[in-house]
Design a protein around this ligand. Structure first.
Ligand SMILES: [Zn+2]
Length: 120
């Protein structure tokens, strides 16, 4: 596995990086060709921003805060915390999406009812 801090290759199962001493346990690291090693923790930040803009502002902001915290935890080498935070962000994205969807559906129904009542 590769060290998330410095990119040094360490033997599988090594607890700490031989180069810089960063904790490696549970750290899944993906190394793109020609790039620096990146941890395999998605922060869902793009989706958090999208649901905030298009669905539900208050819940979307919670998702953004949690998503932003994922990178901080990854940088600190806390993969377990980062994964938990990412899952939490994903949950809030879905809540925000669901609330936004319900609001949109209700507004469509109200508009349809308004049009129907005008015709009657
Ligand atoms: Zn290292």
């Amino acid at each position: 596995m590769y060290c998330p801090q410095c990119g040094t290759e360490n033997a599988e199962g090594t607890a700490h990086c031989i180069q810089c001493g960063a904790a490696l346990e549970g750290g899944q690291v993906f190394q793109p060709p020609g790039g620096a090693p990146q941890p395999l923790v998605k922060n869902h930040l793009v989706w958090s921003i999208l649901v905030t803009l298009f669905c539900c502002l208050p819940f979307g902001i919670v998702a953004i805060v949690k998503s932003a915290g994922v990178n901080t935890l990854v940088a600190a080498g806390d993969y377990q915390g980062a994964i938990e935070k990412a899952n939490s962000a994903k949950k809030w994205i879905w809540i925000s999406f669901a609330v936004g969807l319900v609001v949109i559906i209700i507004s469509i129904i109200l508009q349809v009812l308004a049009v129907l009542s005008q015709k009657m």
